[in-house]
Design a protein around this ligand. Structure first.
Ligand code: BES
Ligand code: MN
Ligand code: ZN
Length: 495
């Protein structure tokens, strides 16, 4: 989809479709009232016929409005004006895009960005309009023989608002949307296609596409040599070899310290010998959602040419049972030198991550953020709306929380207190890889915290947010929007 921002007077806009928000009850919005005036009351007369009340989610096309150069109007129900907020704005934009894509208009002008959304400015409204439209129009039918989604007519969506956003806003929003779509594509691909070697190939393609990206892929032999015993304890059970994928985006000054993003890239998680129950196990193809978000974020940053350095590390492995798989009770030595007793092979995410987190020390990063679909307990604690954040550096946590708030890609902090560390005690090694049922998301983060003492670190548990289940099953691309926002702030203010 192509986007543009426009500020031309509404009555002079030539378009196949003008999209307008409609509140329930009295219309307070200036776009509506001025269009009603220009059409000589035609608009309010149409609405009085009763086919649309303005309730959330309603839509209605009206054709040939008098006094306008638009062929049709598309009304979008926005609900109660007083209750209209960020969520309402995003959903209205999604509804508009979805409705347009099922219709015949090739180009449309969306006036929803002119609605007031709390104190949000033109930049926020532009960004969210782009992300919402691209989110709603996303399809994934690579594996369907007959193209399931008919070719959509809509090619261009102009965003109308009284004053234009900053010059860089639209391009950044579009780059972010591309990053989200890339992450969704990767995560939606099944485990038999999207395995560690496939992810390494994707990294090669990214390097080829952007001069600003460098790549190093460590195979199992290289990891063995380094002493990444925890990572290998997971990957060795699979016929698919594990890979540590190290991408470096160089958009900043040569000597500027990078920010490191580390992604859990378990391309399929059966649980290993501590095998998972069969129900919904297919969804464990999404267990590389953290890795997908690193890919998506790097793509967005490279496309937007952000001026900073980023290291993206992906711990890619498949967790399988079998004759070579780790057993419960096995003890391994991590890259850090600490030993781990693997009491449950299904707690594999922390095993691949701990070695990747030690590995990134060599880049002397100013901050490290890891993303992982790490614990089912996170879904019990926080559900599917917010991701969990835990870490060792409050300013970093605050910056990420702020970025989440800005992008509606929200996160919630859980306490990483010392007391929980006791749950990881092992009779046989420096630590166990599980801490029992209580506070599962926290003890998982406690485990990681033992490998992140040398830098500022935050951990995002995205188990509840990286994908949706049910009839809309599919990857969300979260937390790409949050990460791009955070990195954009870092580029503007390197402190
Ligand atoms: N990938 C899972 C976590 C997960 C489960 C995410 C369901 C989303 C939905 C992870 O590897 C895992 O299996 N974690 C275990 C840890 C436990 C053995 C301590 C879990 O959450 O049950
Ligand atoms: Mn697991
Ligand atoms: Zn897992």
């Amino acid at each position: 989809m192509e986007f543009k921002t426009v500020t031309t007077a509404l009555e002079r806009i030539k378009t196949s479709c003008l999209v307008i928000g409609l509140y329930q009850g009295t219309q307070t919005d200036t776009v509506f009232t001025s269009l009603d005036t220009v059409t000589g009351g035609w608009l309010s007369k149409q609405i009085k016929r009763g086919d649309i009340t303005g309730a959330k989610g309603q839509t209605l096309y009206l054709y040939d409005p008098p006094g306008l150069k638009a062929e049709r109007l598309l009304l979008i129900g926005c609900g109660d004006a007083a209750a209209f907020g960020e969520r309402g704005y995003i959903e209205a934009n999604q509804t508009a895009a979805r409705t347009l894509s099922g219709g015949g208009a090739k180009q449309a002008v969306n006036t929803l960005p002119a609605l007031s959304v709390g104190q949000r400015d033109a930049d926020w409204k532009t960004t969210q309009a782009v992300l919402a439209a691209e989110y709603a129009l996303y399809t994934f039918d690579e594996f369907k023989t007959a193209s399931a989604s008919p070719k959509q007519a809509l090619k261009r969506l102009d965003l109308w608002m009284p004053e234009a956003p900053a010059a860089t806003t639209l391009a950044r929003a579009v780059a972010t949307a591309h990053g989200v779509a890339f992450a969704r594509d990767l995560a939606n691909r099944p485990g038999n296609v999207c395995h560690p070697t496939y992810l390494a190939k994707q990294a090669k393609a990214l390097k080829k596409r952007f001069d600003s990206i460098e790549l190093d892929v460590l195979d199992e032999a290289a990891m063995e040599k380094l002493g990444m015993g925890a990572f290998l304890a997971v990957s060795k059970g699979s016929a698919q070899p594990g890979k540590l994928i190290v991408m470096q985006y160089r958009g900043g000054e040569k000597n500027a310290k990078p920010i490191a993003l580390v992604g859990k890239g378990v391309t399929f998680d059966t649980g290993g010998i501590s095998i998972k129950p069969a129900a919904q196990m297919d969804e464990m193809k999404f267990d590389m959602g953290g890795a997908a978000s690193v890919f998506g974020t790097l793509l967005a940053c490279a496309e937007a040419k952000l001026e900073l350095n980023i290291v993206g590390v992906i711990a890619a492995a498949e967790n399988m049972p079998g004759g070579r798989a780790s057993r419960p009770g096995d003890i391994v030595k991590t890259l850090s030198g600490q030993s781990v007793e693997i009491l449950n092979t299904d707690a594999e995410g922390r095993l691949v991550l701990c070695d990747a987190l030690t590995y990134v020390e060599r880049f002397e990063p100013s901050a490290v953020v890891d993303m992982a679909t790490l614990t089912g307990a996170c879904i019990v604690a926080l559900g599917h709306e917010v991701s969990a954040i835990l870490g060792n550096h409050p300013p970093l946590i605050d910056a990420l929380k702020h970025a989440g708030q800005e992008t509606f890609d929200r996160i919630w902090e859980l306490p990483l207190l010392d007391e929980y560390q006791d749950q990881l005690k092992s009779n046989f090694a420096d630590m166990a890889n599980i801490g029992g049922r209580a506070g599962g998301t926290i003890t998982a983060a406690c485990f990681l915290s033992r490998f992140t003492r040398k830098y500022n670190w935050a951990h995002l548990d995205i188990a509840g947010t990286a994908w949706v289940s049910g009839d809309k099953k599919g990857a969300t691309g979260r937390p790409v929007p949050l990460l791009v926002e955070y990195l954009t702030h870092c580029a503007a203010d390197p402190s």
